[in-house]
Structures are given as structure tokens and as C-alpha cells.
Design a binder for this molecule. Sequence first.
Ligand code: ZN
Length: 698
Amino acid sequence: MIVTTSALTLFACGGGSDSNTSIPTTPEESSPPASTFLISTTVGAGGSISPTSASVTEGETATFTLAMEEGYEIESISGCNGSLTNLTYTIGEASTDCEISVTFLLTPPDEETEEEGEDSGETNLEDNLGEQKTLVALIGFKNQENKITRQQAHDLIQNNPNSLNTFIKENSNNKTWLESDVLDWVELDKEADEYFSADNYDNEKYHDDAIAAISNLADLASYDRLILMGSRSERGNPGCYAYQTKRYVGPDNHYFGYFAVMGGGGLDDDVVGCLTPGRIAHEYGHTFGFGHIFETDCAIGDLPQSLIDRHFDNSCQNKGYWETYDTMSFDVNYPLYSTIWRSEAGWLEDDQVTVVSESGLYTLTQASLSSSGTKLLKIPIGQGLEGKQLYYYVEYRKKLGGFDEEEFIAKSQEYEVLVRHTDFNGGIENKDKITYGYETAEGIREAITPLDVGQDFVDTYRNLSFRVERLYEDQEMSVADIRVSLPALTILPSYVYRFSANDDQEQTVTLKNTSDDSWVVSSLTMKGRHPNAFAVSNENCIDQPIMPQGKCEINVSRVRDTASLGLLAISINDGDILHAAELMGESLLIETEFDPNAPLEWQDYTSQYAKDINWEDAVAYCHDLSFNSHDDWRLPLIEELRAAFQQSSTPLYNITTQLWSISEPAGNLYNAYYIDGSEAWYNGDKLQKYNALCVRSQ
Ligand SMILES: [Zn+2]
């Protein structure tokens, strides 16, 4: 099925608006009663959004789920300061009535299907190698001054030591190069603000019109890549962006291929414009399938943040893309495409990428020079949810290339051993999409870190470490020796165990001894955000020696039906080694239809309820409650609470504190709904401490 995995392939890189995600917040207890705002939606043909509108309390956020008809993908979505993750659009904190606008694009079915599935890498790989016949079209708006000449555009792309072509050749070890044609200015019939203004951003119309305007001037079908290049306009700009996958564009699908838009900015603009070598290389990099380097900030307790499925994590903030010296981060630092991208593009030789299979010393040669030797170490850290191997990526950079001499000379004596970490960035729909970052021993992730000589990089959750043991010069080449210590025990088959409605509610965690020593499991402990949601259902491995190459199986059960995240911490030899298997449970609660007439018995609010407990404890408290000769108590639905206690009803009691409900927002492992006696109800972090008033159906 194509449509369910269609990610947004538009990479908008200008203006920073895509790094502006708000963190949903939990209202402070002292907040005054908040206003609510209407979030409305407009939807183009080919898909839908759910819900179609929502009433959201001031300061709160809300999520909307997109669905496409077969053959459609998301073309654009905007409004309400939102951000899109896969098919979930999360608005910023509500402060006014606003509208979400989404359009869908019909994807021609033939070649696009190759973008999906296991074969897509090979398809893209071939596309990324050899001559890239590139058409550069200078597109002007009506009544706009055109700031660069055709010759200047040609120089930027093809013709000088700083050109895009030089950069691509350098980065690809001469495996890829450009052969470009530059079309002189073509003026559109419309002025810039007819496409782009404060309340209108119609880039698809701009593409159509631009391509219609050039379709008689060039044989578009003969080009692999297309760059639409313009000048800055005070009255509206296309921005700078690229499409990562091939697509049809133009009014009659005139062009099929990869393309990038360099809409605004002159050569000498001091503000960020599109027509700088770095920005051009950045956008062109997207057309090879290179993504951004993401940095996340997830405050989720002692769960390893490395493998969190962020689809469920609305407390994770996407802080944008940034990494020193990677063209795919901020393009002002554009020395090179990272080795990861170059590896994925097929621009490194097979013997320049080493997958570490055993502990030992590995030598990295500097990534930025064309030379033999290993340019990239890939240290396996487990499997993704669909079996994709995940790695730490380690590369060594020094004396970066020559794309921008001024930029590099100042930095040329710096070295960096860079570590990245694969990470889920998706969810149910996009399980194996990955971004890169790393996790320190303290659990703080950053996009990237330089390692110093003698400094250990420790991943306590996998009992894996490495260090830069030595740096030395070998003639012109700088070389780094990396000592890698792999875990003595490996957790199989994966580091993430997902419990869903379709799974057996027991999972087997297999420990395999990959070392030459025997080990004894000394303890098994449930940790993580919701430790009480899971339990070890056999302790076979405890106190048993696991011989070299031997295995031991631990069964883990789900004991709560609520959405939850846990961590099975495995101590070996009295704590010498700690391993952790991540446990992730989707909510199994069957939606109870709320019946306002159903007779309910409540706990006595004046004396009986549980105070200051987190949500999971609240669920357990009611579950375990034996009161008034009954033991079938439960935490109430949010609708039951509202009907019984809110000001809009005739409340049983005038409550003044927060009461948890058992209701969880869809697709969110972290939050649950509660009320506080006002008109509003809230969606709050389950770790907050509120109160539990139990109910039972009579
Ligand atoms: Zn970008």
C-alpha cells in the first residue's frame, strides 16, 4: 500500500518555520479558567483530516490525523503553527481561532511505487551515480528585478571552484557530476505576491506556471534534475526547498524527476537567501535523498531516548536541524555532506565502510579527503521494528574539503570524531525511517558530538562503548584509531518490544552471550516510565550462568491495558553490566461508549479518594480498590467525570482539584485526560500527580 507510508517529501529549508514546533504543555494548577478556540480545517481533494474541527483550550495543543486516498500524498499542510510528523499534524499552543489547510497531490502510480519498500534504495542509488543532467531555469516574477545573470547562475552551478558541480564531485569521490544547462530568465505572467503572500503560499501553482513557461524552451524529459532559480522579491518568495523523491510537476506533468527551488535572494544579500553555494548544495542534496540532521529533546525519565518512537511522543520537540560542518544542516556551514549521506548515496566504496562485528581497534581515515581506508564505522545497536539494522555512525573529519576556501581555512586545523545514532522517527506508519543523533551516558541526546582522545563514549543501555585511542598524521592524511567494545551479551531480536492489540501479551527477550566469558544474570528490574505496566513472567535466567554463545530467555508480560513505556533492566554479575530492553505498549482499552444514563457508583469525594498520585498509580489504585463491598472499581472515563463533576452539570460535588480519567488521547503513550472542576478538561502528562476518584458501573 503506497499511501499509508507516504511521508512529506518536501523539505522546506528557509525561514526556519519548520523548526518551530511547540511543546504541548500541561496547564499549571494555578491557571485561570482558560478560553477555548475553534480549530477548523480545509481539505483539498484526495484525502481527509480527522477531526475536521476541534475546540481547544487556550495554551493546549491538539493533533489531527491525515488520511489519503490511494495514489495521493500530502502536498502541503499549514496553519495554527503546526508541525507534521508522518500523518499526524500537531498544532501549536492555541491562542486564537485558526484554520489548518491541507492539500494532497496525485502521485502518478508507475515509478513512484519504487520509492516505497525494500527496493527503493537501489533505485535511488543508481539515480545518484554518474552524470546528473541538470536544467537550471531562471524564473522571474512579473515586474521584478532579476538580480543575477545567466553567467552567474552558470558559475554557481557548474563553472568555478566553488560550484555545485565541484562540490558534488568532491563529495562523491568523482562518482557523480553535473552536466547543466542554464535557461535565461523567463518571466511569469504573475507578480510574486499572486503566488506567495502572508496568507497564501501556492508553490504548486508556481511550479506549474514556471514549468509551463519553460516547457517549450527545453526538452524537460531529458533532464535528471531541475533547479528553479529566482530572485528575491519584497512581495513574496517561493523560498528554498527541494523534493527528495522524483515527482511529476507542471500543468500536464511536463517534468518527472527530482527538483529543487531556489526562490529568493540575490548573490550579495546579507540576509539568508537561496542563491548561495551552501544553500544550493543543501537543496540539491535533498534531491539525492539526504535528510536533515535532527536534534530532539525528550524528557522522558530513564527510558533510553534513543529508540523512542516519536509518533507517540508529543513531549519531544524537534529542534530543527543543525550539525557543524554538514551541508544538510545549516547551510552556512557547508563543508560537506556527512559520511552517512555519502554512504547511503553509494558514493563510498564498499571497503570504505566497516561494520563492526567484534570488539577491537578500528582505524578511520579522514572522511573529507578522497583516499583509501575506512571512512565510516557502523556499530550495530539492534534492530528497528521492521528488522532494519540500526547503528552508531562514527566518522573522522579534518581539513575539510575545498568547496568554500574561506570558510574552511579557519577550521582546517580542527578535528572531529563524530558520532551519530540511528533513531526511530516515525511510528506505526513509518517504522524504519531514521534520523541521527546520539545518546550520552546521562541520557541526553544531541544531534552529534565530537569525541576527544581518551574520552569514552558509553551507551549504558547496550553496554557498548568506544573511544578515540589515538589521532595521528600520516602524510597529508589524518587518521584516528577507535577502540570499540561491543556488549558481551546481546539482546535479541531487537531492543524494542512492542505490545499491541495484535500481539500475544507476552514477549520473549533473548540474551545471547557473544563473549568468551560466562555471565550470570543477577537481577531483572522493571524501570522506565511505566514500570508497573509490565512484569517479568519467568525468571529462568536469574542466577544461571550463560556460557559463551549460550542463550537465555526472559518472558515479559503486559499487565496493564493502558498505553505504556517500560524498560527491562538486566543486571549481569552483580551489576557489572546493565542491559535494557525497551517495552512499548499501545493502549488496549476498548473504547467504552459513554452512556449518560448508565447508573454509576462513585467513591465518596469528601473522604475516600486517592490524592497526589500519577496516572498509572491512579489506574492501579482503582483497579485494586475494594470498597463498599465491591471490587470492580475503575478509573472513570473523561465523559463520566465531566457529566458528574463539571460546572455545566449538576455536580455531585463541587470539586476543586484535578481528577484523572482513564481516557487517553489516541496515539499518545504519555498523556491522559483529567478535569479540574472548571468547564475545561485537559490532556496532561501521566507523570503529573493528580487525584483519583474511582467509579463502578452499577
Ligand atoms: Zn533542507
